[in-house]
Design a protein around this ligand. Sequence first.
Ligand SMILES: [Zn+2]
Length: 187
Amino acid sequence: MPRPAPGSARSNDAAPVLDITRRVEFAAAHRLHRPDLSDAANARLYGPCAHKGGHGHNYVLEVTLRGQVDPATGMVIDLKELKAVMEREVVAKCDHRNLNLDPDFLRGVIPTAENVAVGCWRVLERRLPAGLLHRVRLYESPRKFVDFYGASAPRNAGVPLAGAAANGAVRTPPGATPQSRRPRGVR
Ligand SMILES: [Zn+2]
């Protein structure tokens, strides 16, 4: 039994709810390319990310869990646990790899920041305590990031939840919001 805090009769139902975030980094190569389009059309669509030889990005992945503080530990989750899951499920599969070829969770999709973020959500959700995963934010560069709140979130989830996504975030376009288990990667 957790010891009641002095001066507080707080039950677990009233425990504060917090967002807690862990950040990891990985460097990976990719090429954005739709085989059904010409090279010129791909270049117009994806810009330099369509270059034939591929190129690299220094990705930053931030994973936010939202949950009640456990009165026994004073924590939402042990961050060591979250870090271990992120390292095993994402970093080990992506760091110094080719996102078009290597990570099993990106098979069959065009590795845009949007699709990588959705893929990260899916592998992390399976390994984290149920219901805690709140947001996956993936930076493809210091000025470009995407936020994903899960398939069940409203399509413009960034607006009511935090406002952070409104500040320069590139949101998942409506057509890419995953309703199926394996989106085929067309933006
Ligand atoms: Zn790129």
